[in-house]
Design a protein around this ligand. Sequence first.
Ligand code: Q9C
Ligand code: ZN
Length: 342
Amino acid sequence: MKTIYSPTHLRHAGHWEVAGGTLVPGFEKPIRAEYVRSRAEAVGLGPILPPSSFTLDAALRVHAADYVEFLGKAWDMWAATGRHTTALPMTWPVKGLRNDRRPESIDALLGFYSLDAGAGFQAGTWDAIRSSYETALTAATLVKGGERAAFALCRPPGHHAGSAFCGGYCYINNAAVAAQWFLDQGAGRVAVLDVDYHHGNGTQEIFYGRSDVLVVNIHGDPATEYPFFLGYADETGAGAGEGFNLNLPLPWGTDWTDWGAALEAGCRRVADYAPDVVVVSLGVDTFERDPISHFRLTTADYPKIGARIEKLGLPTLFVMEGGYAVEEIGVNAVGVLEGFEG
Ligand code: Q9C
Ligand code: ZN
C-alpha cells in the first residue's frame, strides 16, 4: 500500500495545550508522524510519496469560506499583536452569547472558530494544515485511480474539525474533505468509519443531514470522554440523513472483546450501505498505553482491525487521526495497514 507523507508537518511544532488545569506541551507533536513513517519504512509497507498540490476548492466543499480564510491568517494576526507563543482561544460563544456576528480581533476570532483550546496556531501551522489536506487528497486520488487502498499520513489530524470550527488538534477535516471529493468525482455513496478513540464530532456534523455519506463512529462515551458534547448513540442523523449516522460509544476500560464487537457492528452497517468507497479515520489512541485515552487495545489487536475492514471488499482510504506520545503508534497504525494487506 502506498503512503502519502510530507515533512511540512514538522513546521507545526512547539505548541501548547490546556490540560489538567495547566498549560502543557501539546500531545499532538511532530514525532508522532515520524514514528508512523519510520515504521511504514521498516516493514516495507510500500512506497512513501509526497503529496501533490491542490487548490482549497475541496476544503470549501465541507468548510465555510470565512473559516478557511481564518485558518490561513490566524497566526499572522496573532503575531501582529506582538505575541510569539501558541495562539490559543480563551472565550467561546456558548448558549446565552451572540454567535451570529463575526467578531474582529484575533482573540475573539480564535474562540468564535473553535470548540476548545486544543488547536492552537504557530508560525508553521497553516502550512502543515495545508500539506495534511493535500496528503489526504493525493491518497484519495490513488484510490480513485484504482488502488485497492492508500494511506494518508496526515498531520495535523482532522476529525474534530467541523464546518466552521477547529479543536482537538484538528483544523481541516481531512477525512470529510476526502469523502466529499469522492462524491464530487462521481461516487454515489461514501462511508466514513472512524476508529479513533475520540468521537469524530466534526465529521458527524458535516454529514449529519445527508444520506450520501454514512458516518460510523466507535469511541469513548461522551458522557465521560472528550469531546463530551456529541457522540451519543441517539444521534442517528437528521432529515434526509436520518439513519445515516451510527454512534457506538463505549466505556473507559473497553478492550478488544467489546471494541471488536463494535467494529463488527459498524462494519456490518457499512456493508449494508454498500458504498463505493470507505474512508477510515485511523486513530490508534485506543491503545492501552495511550497517555490521554482509556481503552485497552493491545498491539496484537490492530492487525485484526485492518483485516476486518479488508473483508468489506471495498476501495479504502486510510486517513491518520490520533494516537499519542509513544513509539507504539507507529507499530499500531502500520499494524492496521498490514492486517488489511493480509
Ligand atoms: N489532557 C484526536 O485524537 N483533549 N484528538 C485532550 C488531554 C483533546 C484528541 C486533553 C483530545 C483531542 C485527533
Ligand atoms: Zn483521538
